[in-house]
Design a protein. Structure first.
Length: 267
């Protein structure tokens, strides 16, 4: 893997966590060890919350193919996916993505154990599922056998029977919004209040669109896949348009086998 931007440390913006000056020797991805990737994708210092999104897109703008993101991915993309998870306190995901992608509990990884312990993190990130209806299969391992309890974020008027089913399965239910609607700002505040400030969302597009519309997305890690899909697949963010486009600035660009691994920070 090679770094295309920043070319030198002098070109990096002062607020942007940057890639290391050179990859650490390793049998991994083109010489980039997991430690080197973790340094390149480190969360910024500070006590405040930071919401990062990790998405993949084809050259023609598709955020998925056949309803799933995997056909657009690569081995390196999955290594970065795992690295971002290894750095996060919490992974925020929409219910539809849980259903389509077959979400399982996050696992502890030895490669990140020392780094997580030094940061005061638990052995694995918490998964927080955003859902108004709670239309989920609570018999899945995501709810019954996680290393750390799965969180369910919903509205105050969520169906009582489904709330009870989630709790009986072992999930913790947090209310973040009126009615059955989940308010993105309140949802992230609830997570931050639990000490989960390093936040990562992996979609889906509707959830990411809500975060963009609410103005709470700090960083986008976007893999540009060298593929064309045609069809009518969703983009990486969906929902009503924002009144004024949100501007981001490039922080880093890596390349491997034609895939571009980009990071953008909100301006």
């Amino acid at each position: 893997m090679r770094r295309l931007f920043p070319v030198t440390d002098m070109t990096a913006g002062p607020a942007a966590p940057t890639a290391p000056a050179g990859p650490a020797p390793d049998a991994g991805d083109g010489g980039w060890s997991l430690d080197a990737l973790a340094d390149a994708y480190a969360y910024p210092e500070g006590d405040g919350p930071w919401l990062r999104a990790n998405m993949v897109s084809s050259l023609d703008g598709a955020g998925q193919h056949g309803g799933r993101s995997q056909p657009l991915s690569s081995e390196t993309d999955m290594r970065i996916f795992g690295t971002l998870r290894g750095l996060a306190d919490v992974i925020v995901v929409g219910a539809e993505t849980v259903r389509l992608e077959g979400y399982r509990p996050a696992r502890a990884r030895e490669a990140f154990a020392e780094r997580r312990a030094a940061a005061g993190q638990g052995p694995a990130p918490v998964i927080a599922v955003v859902t108004g209806s709670l239309d989920l299969d609570f018999s899945l391992p995501l709810f019954t056998a996680p290393l750390v309890p799965t969180l369910v974020l919903t509205g105050s008027a969520a169906p009582a029977g489904r709330v009870r089913a989630a709790r009986e399965a072992g999930a913790e239910v947090l209310f973040a919004g009126d009615g059955t609607r989940v308010d993105p700002v309140l949802a992230l505040a609830a997570l931050t209040g639990r000490g989960l400030r390093r936040q990562l969302t992996e979609g889906g597009p509707r959830l990411l669109g809500q975060f963009v519309a609410a103005g709470v997305l700090d960083e986008l890690c976007l893999t540009i896949s060298p593929t064309m899909t045609a069809g009518d697949a969703q983009r990486i963010a969906g929902g009503p348009p924002v009144a004024v486009p949100t501007r981001f600035r490039v922080a880093s660009v890596l390349e491997r086998d034609g895939f571009l691994f980009t990071r953008y920070l909100r301006s």
